[in-house]
Design a protein around this ligand. Structure first.
Ligand SMILES: CC(C)(COP(=O)(O)OP(=O)(O)OC[C@H]1O[C@@H](n2cnc3c(N)ncnc32)[C@H](O)[C@@H]1O)[C@@H](O)C(=O)NCCC(=O)NCCS
Ligand SMILES: Nc1ncnc2c1ncn2[C@@H]1O[C@H](COP(=O)(O)OP(=O)(O)OP(=O)(O)O)[C@@H](O)[C@H]1O
Length: 312
């Protein structure tokens, strides 16, 4: 199974991308839907919201009056913090249950608006960001969805910036064209990236690494940072240091083979064995034909090789 995070600012077009993947068999875990489940009538989540925001957030039938809560919660940063403090742990727990129920060959699509805000990017095999400029989103939310303009603005303000999303995006989908164009991009990502990634992970083999030098890519340091962050998420305390090394980490090289090389330092041989297991389970199986303790990614779109070294 692989876990793919899908995110984007409010109204960016995540639904179009999710629909395209679901039609192709993705196992959809939808944070907005879970957010509704955990505050249904009779839940501890709804009781906690009423205690924090008052009984005015309830409709006549006892269910949550969502616009009433939105008006209170998004009015100031403390309100947002209170809302998130109540709902996010409940959403996290339910998400975990759904992930555990996914079949072994699943492409789990975690549709989560606040992925960047929650610092969750390193916990996915791939992060997809759907991008639309904020002024276009505001226009669509107000004119196509009938959303209150002040509410839409407040949510955009409460969310991550484009720059923060770009920093974590393994795949960037631009939705400034038509919905059909966005769906076409999503179909290519599914076929050319996600399915090979999933199949490699199931087979326990890395994606083929390039061998020919190419002109230096200014994105290499940023990709290196993402790979290092992913490795920390996989290895945690098993590693003592994780670094982007080799030619793609050197901003002065004019050309290099486009592979992100990472070095994972561990304290002893037992930790090296543990790191190897964690890497294999997390999408970095051993690289066939290489010396022991050299692994490589299953992702064909982000070539990366990892060497585990035991500290002197
Ligand atoms: C305040 C609530 C009741 C308003 O409900 P409403 O039906 O108007 O919106 P809905 O839940 O469909 O969310 C629509 C979009 O608003 C944005 N949004 C929702 N909650 C938040 C938040 N806490 N911070 C920033 N943006 C948010 C997201 O882009 C989301 O996709 C609701 O959004 C809520 O319970 N939010 C807290 C849970 C949460 O953070 N959900 C986001 C996914 S984890
Ligand atoms: N390329 C597009 N051109 C015109 N309208 C679009 C386009 N993409 C999406 N929309 C419209 O913009 C609105 C927001 O799109 P959508 O619901 O897909 O975004 P979303 O990211 O899923 O939203 P949310 O953050 O609320 O979950 C919808 O009304 C949708 O029909």
């Amino acid at each position: 199974m692989i876990r793919v995070g899908l995110t984007g600012g409010i109204g960016a077009g995540k639904s179009t991308v999710a629909k395209t993947f679901i039609e192709r068999g993705a196992y959809h875990v939808d944070a907005d839907r879970i957010a509704r489940e955990v505050v249904e009538p009779g839940t501890p989540g709804l009781a906690a919201l009423v205690e924090a925001f008052g009984p005015e957030i309830l409709a006549a039938d006892g269910s949550l009056d969502r616009p009433a809560l939105a008006a209170r919660a998004f009015a100031d940063p403390e309100g947002i913090q209170t809302l998130n403090g109540i709902t996010h742990p409940l959403i996290g727990a339910r998400t975990q249950e759904l992930n555990e129920a996914a079949p072994a060959d699943a492409v789990i699509l975690h549709d989560v608006p606040l992925l960047v805000e929650g610092h969750m990017a390193p916990f996915y095999d791939a992060v997809i960001v759907v991008h639309t400029d904020a002024d276009v989103r505001l226009d669509r939310l107000v004119n196509l969805r009938g959303m209150d303009a002040a509410d839409a603005r407040a949510r955009i303000e409460a969310q991550a910036t484009d720059e923060q999303r770009r920093a974590v995006a393994d795949i960037w989908l631009d939705n400034s064209g038509s919905p059909d164009e966005l769906a076409a991009q999503a179909r290519r990502v599914w076929t050319d990236r996600l399915i090979p990634l999933r199949d490699n992970q199931l087979a326990g083999v890395p994606a083929e690494l390039p061998t020919e030098p190419v002109p230096a890519d200014p994105q290499w340091p940023a990709v290196g940072t993402r790979v290092v962050n992913r490795l920390w998420a996989l290895l945690g305390g098993t590693a003592t240091a994780i670094e982007h090394v080799g030619p793609t980490s050197d901003p002065t090289v004019p050309a290099a083979v486009g592979v992100i090389d990472a070095r994972v330092t561990v304290a002893d041989a037992a930790a090296a064995d543990r790191a190897a297991e964690l890497l294999s389970a997390g999408g970095f199986p051993p690289l066939p034909g290489a010396e022991p303790r050299v692994h490589a990614t299953v992702d064909p779109g982000r070539p990366a090789r990892v060497r585990i070294v035991v500290a002197d």
